[in-house]
Ligand binder design. Structure first.
Ligand SMILES: [Zn+2]
Length: 399
């Protein structure tokens, strides 16, 4: 390509507005997507693959470094660029739809790029949301088939799901045409997350919620394609967002989003010994969600084997690198100290140990909020009202 064009492109990539991918904020994009109707954005290599799938009637994808650039294409990039195009194409993005970040799963990026450029959902033209009217995610009801993993036999089977934004529930039915749902989940007690790695399916999702007896239940799902999966994900977020807004009109969008963005947090394998500290180490799948460090026999178990509640430093919670002297280690030790007992955990590698300690420190260094703890202690059992899944629920005691 002409040296001059190449130089201009490199200069454009240096502009602050072009230093991150227009669609997922990855640093240092060096691809571009150019469309006939005013599209000209710099994107990362991952997003460039998704743009290519949109088809040439929407845009053409070029590498800034490797491809030939005609003068007109360089002119479009000069004229447009990430801030101008995004200001237009994301003008009416609803608060419950958060823009992808670099580490979001592929299906979320695909959904976003398709919604933004092909369906034009966020610029007021498409998606039933003309001029900022509610998008289809906010429909009163939504119904469809998803594949749910059986608790006993662990096989995925088709189930009918029904979201009712009016009464704030999500139901699922085992049999087609069944009147009685197998489960009714209250949206304010539900968290939905995209979990392709965990489910080992590119369109995998996880529902976590509190049941009537205050245990945490997990449901594992996948959908046929990225659009179906993420449409459900966004519709549930939208319904929950509107539910909060209806219940407490004084909450700001940011406050509601903060609650919605509760996520699956950190997770991974850690070995754990029992309360006497002489029991053999067992490998457990740990998840850290807000102040709940839960452990499971296997990643897809519906119920945790136990839980460590993480209070704050001022309440006597702390975490240390290594185990108390004299204790056998099974890898790289972590000691978690709570007012009730010490937990001895071991990670398989040093990096993992370091990142778990950092995450736990982050949690315990924060003071407990009113939602975390309206705590009362009765008969030695600790009852706390947690902000788990954005609502109050008595703490599960570790088993
Ligand atoms: Zn990107």
């Amino acid at each position: 390509m002409g040296e001059r064009n190449k130089r201009v492109l490199m200069e454009l990539l240096q502009l602050p507005q072009n230093q991150t991918c227009a669609d997922c904020n990855t640093q240092g994009p060096d691809w571009a997507s150019i469309g006939s109707n005013g599209l000209g954005v710099f994107i990362c290599v991952t997003c460039s693959g998704i743009h290519r799938q949109l088809g040439t009637h929407i845009s053409r994808v070029r590498s800034c470094r490797l491809d030939q650039w005609p003068d007109e294409a360089v002119e479009i990039m000069k004229e447009k660029g990430n801030d101008l195009v995004n200001a237009e194409m994301e003008k009416h993005m609803p608060p419950y739809y958060s823009k992808p970040s670099p580490c979001d799963p592929q299906m979320y990026k695909e959904h976003f790029i398709y919604a933004k450029y092909q369906l034009k959902e966020f610029n007021g033209e498409g998606g039933g949301g003309g001029g900022g009217n509610p998008l289809h995610y906010e429909n009163k009801t939504k119904e469809g088939k998803l594949y749910k993993r059986g608790k006993q036999d662990k096989q995925f089977r088709e189930r009918r799901f029904f979201l009712n934004a009016e009464d704030g529930t999500l139901r699922y039915f085992v049999k087609d045409g069944a009147k009685e749902p197998k489960q009714v989940i209250q949206l304010h007690l539900l968290n939905i997350s995209l979990a392709p790695d965990k489910i080992e399916h590119p369109h995998g999702m996880q529902l976590s919620f509190l049941t009537a007896d205050n245990t945490t239940r997990h449901i594992y799902l996948y959908a046929d394609d990225a659009k179906v999966a993420v449409d459900w994900y966004v519709a549930i977020r939208a319904a929950t967002f509107n539910l909060y807004r209806k219940r407490d009109p004084s909450l700001s969008s940011e406050q509601i989003i903060h609650r919605l963005n509760y996520n699956q947090g950190k997770q991974g394998w850690i070995s754990k010994t029992g309360p006497k500290h002489t029991e053999p180490y067992r490998k457990r799948w740990f998840t850290l969600i807000h102040r709940r460090l839960q452990y499971f026999a296997s990643p897809l178990d519906a119920y945790p084997k136990g839980e460590i509640f993480l209070g704050s430093i001022s309440e006597g919670y702390s975490v240390r690198d290594g185990l108390p002297s004299g204790q056998t280690e099974d890898g790289y030790g972590i000691t978690i100290i709570t007012p009730e007992r010490e937990y001895l955990l071991c990670c398989q590698d040093k990096q993992d140990q370091k990142s778990w300690i950092e995450e736990i420190k982050k949690v315990i260094s924060k003071p407990l909020s009113a939602n975390d703890s309206q705590g009362s202690r009765r008969g030695g059992r600790v009852f706390r009202t947690l902000n788990f899944i954005r609502n109050q629920a008595p703490n599960l005691l570790h088993r």
